[in-house]
Design a protein around this ligand. Sequence first.
Ligand code: MG
Length: 251
Amino acid sequence: MKIVRFDYKGKIRYGLIEGDKVHLVKGSIYDNELLCEDEYFDLDKIRLLAPTTPSKIVCVGLNYKDHAKELSMPIPDEPIIFLKPTSAIIGPDDDIQYPPSSQRVDYEAELAVIIGKVAKSVAPQKASEYILGYTCLNDVTARDLQKKDGQWTRAKSFDTFCPVGPCIATGIDSSNLEIKLLVNDQVRQSSNTADMIFGLDSLISFISSVMTLLPGDIIATGTPKGVGPLARNDSIKLIIEGVGALSNKII
Ligand code: MG
């Protein structure tokens, strides 16, 4: 299933993509059984939004072997985690704003996990029960400020620095998905989730031993090799197999 959050004439709702239509969801997408109303919308007449409104976005640093190699960094023995604020979230086709205080803004293509139910100190073997689905997330980063500050909060947290979408894809095997990022139609990142250092089971277990994860929360699982800078007016397209494409422009 592909769950979308959308705006139609100022009203925000959830639906399921069925061909070129969106089938309106009844109740909450976090209910045990997903039910639909007898109401459909044309995909081209609605505006897709970020598919979740999380309480937090937990990001994982350095989680692809090819990226660690590219940076000549040792493979970490525990995940490095940090937070992005929810105020940074934008949806498909929304613009990323280049902040005047940075001279170097990078893209980072990431597979994002959407949590489906309250998760606290979850054992790795049980972690998959807490996943609702997957989406694309661009962990936009002011690289110069990240280096300057040491702490990552400013570099990762500008408004618009967290494009998310286009849908929550459920029922897919996330262990072997192609992940790609294109800038102005040129491939800049091309990898596979199979190259991750810490798999989703161990990430959910590790993070939920630190903080309780709530339905809708996002875990951004790290970026593969090929990160690089963006220039104003670049078009960015992040594609994950089985999920879809997230397109944004930076202005
Ligand atoms: Mg990242």
